[in-house]
Design a protein around this ligand. Structure first.
Ligand SMILES: *Cc1c(COP(=O)(O)O)cnc(C)c1O
Length: 488
């Protein structure tokens, strides 16, 4: 399948799109044409086979997809069902956090190393693939978990110093493995992500790296291999609703997605373009509501204060995957390039009204303040005895707002992206409980209060040694990368 850069400067096949991650012109790869699938037949398959069918449609050059999918997910998740759909009142919560690091990033990052290893084998790649990753908290650990000790790969993770939860930090700095590095970056997530992207573009053609047989790639959602795996759970939720008799084939379902980098919700748009009867895709933001404003006005304006919230994985003002939507909706790479240049230089761009109205036909958006998120956690617990994390709370509140003003009554699926135990202090506070200073005491208390068990991977952190305690300024990222790679 042919993939094009959103900025018009490059094209490649699906194997190389996954292996390289980012296009050399700074754009993101999108399929030249959406693959056609037999939706009805896919929905009747068991989840892993459905996944293999969807992944082979999006990434057709990969051989033995069924085997790759099995190897990626077998015995990795707490529940047999990778994305259980839990009824909550009239709505449904899709729990995506039962993987090895307790966040939804596990769904895609369990798969990506298998895609990369297969891609390397098929293209005869013998050098080392160096994966650079910027994380707002959850991608980092999920990528480390997926890539540690995978032959032929090396992974370097950068996270914003003070910009992730204490548990998220601890998950990363205790990571073992001969091929991993983790480093804090002074600044917020946008600083971190921009610096990593710059390092990526300036090092990707570097002779110093190629002389050592090294090639860069990315585990961020700019990599199409990640998006591809996320399409699957939009189908699996729809299949569950069919099985439960809640809908008939062809009925629309609305999805509400807690959003940061726009990767998760964009996978829903891919599902829709592949023929899944998706109604509205509702983009839920926290106080960093740059996307809500964009959907409303057509102007994307990142010139505002970056707010640190209790949903740190959504603390983002430069939402990178939106670029893919702009390209798919406008079909105009020079418009997209122009907007992205403006975003970089001036911090703002405006989309033509024609493109916006096509976007608004599929998407709507809303946001949730800090107080509202805390109240939502408490409300859902008191009224429904369901414990949700701070990111999911944002989506729950936006879902209620959405239902009040929409037409129709399609079932609403709320994507739950993290375990409440990843953010125990905020969740306890929202419940009106005392918050112990020690993060492991917080876990114990939350477990007592809720009657739920602490996920094993988080309990295990208690006794693990901190191995990666370094930090760098964002201007030193390139030097740091060269030095861990042993390049002068
Ligand atoms: C990454 C993340 C999000 C946002 O997902 P995007 O694909 O970046 O929009 C939401 N919630 C949690 C818990 C996350 O880790």
């Amino acid at each position: 399948m042919n993939y094009l850069s959103t900025r018009g400067g490059a094209s490649t096949d699906d194997l190389n799109a996954v292996l390289t991650g980012l296009s050399p012109d700074g754009g993101l790869f999108v399929p030249e044409k959406m693959p056609e699938v037999d939706v009805k037949a896919l929905l009747e398959l068991p989840t892993l086979e459905m996944g293999a069918g969807i992944l082979s449609a999006v990434l057709p050059s990969f051989e033995n997809m069924g085997e790759l999918v099995k190897a990626a997910y077998k015995d990795k998740f707490e529940t047999n069902d990778i994305a259980p759909l839990v009824p909550l009142g009239d709505d449904y919560v899709m729990e995506l956090f039962h993987g090895p690091t307790s966040a939804f990033k596990d769904v895609a990052l369990s798969m990506l190393p298998h895609l990369m290893t297969a891609g390397r084998r098929q293209t005869g790649e013998t050098g080392e693939t160096v994966i650079l990753t910027a994380t707002s908290g959850d991608t980092g650990k999920a990528a480390l978990e997926g890539f540690h000790d995978v032959p032929g790969t090396r992974i370097i993770v950068f996270y914003p110093d003070g910009g992730v939860s204490p548990i998220q930090r601890r998950q990363m700095v205790t990571q073992q493995g001969g091929n991993v590095n983790v480093c804090a970056v002074k600044g917020n997530f946008d600083d971190c992500q921009s610096a990593v992207k710059t390092a990526f573009t300036s090092l990707s053609g570097s002779e110093k790296l190629s002389a050592k047989g090294m090639k860069l790639s990315s585990a961020n959602s700019i990599n199409i291999g990640r998006l591809a795996s996320q399409i699957v759970y939009y189908f699996s939720a729809y299949a569950s609703l069919l099985k439960q008799g809640r809908i008939s084939f062809g009925d629309k379902v609305d999805y509400v997605v807690p959003t940061g980098n726009f990767g998760d919700i964009l996978a829903g748009y891919f599902a829709r373009e592949m023929g899944l009867p998706v109604g509205r895709l509702v983009c839920a933001s926290n106080d960093n509501k740059v996307l809500t404003d964009f959907f409303m006005t057509g102007t994307y304006d990142r010139r505002r204060v970056f707010i640190k919230t209790s949903s740190p994985s959504m603390d983002i003002l430069i939402s990178s995957n939106l670029e893919r939507l702009l390209y798919m909706k406008s079909g105009d790479a020079s418009l997209v390039k122009d907007c992205m240049d403006k975003l970089k230089a001036e911090g703002v761009y405006t989309m033509p009204e024609s493109v916006m109205s096509s976007i608004r036909a599929d998407f709507c958006a809303g946001y949730c303040t800090e107080e509202e998120a805390a109240r939502e956690i408490r409300r859902v617990w008191d009224e429904k005895h369901y414990l949700c994390d701070t990111h999911t709370a944002v989506a729950m509140k936006v879902a209620r707002d959405y239902k009040r003003q929409r037409n129709g009554d399609a079932p609403v699926v709320i994507l739950s992206t993290a375990s409440p135990f990843k953010f125990p202090a905020w969740v306890l506070e929202a419940l009106g409980e005392q918050v112990p200073a020690d993060e492991f005491e917080q876990l114990d208390r939350l477990s007592r209060v809720s009657g739920l068990a602490v996920p094993d991977n988080l309990s295990a952190l208690r006794t693990m040694e901190e191995l990666h305690t370094g930090s760098v300024g964002r201007e030193d990222i390139i030097d740091y990368i060269l030095s861990v790679l042993g390049i002068e």
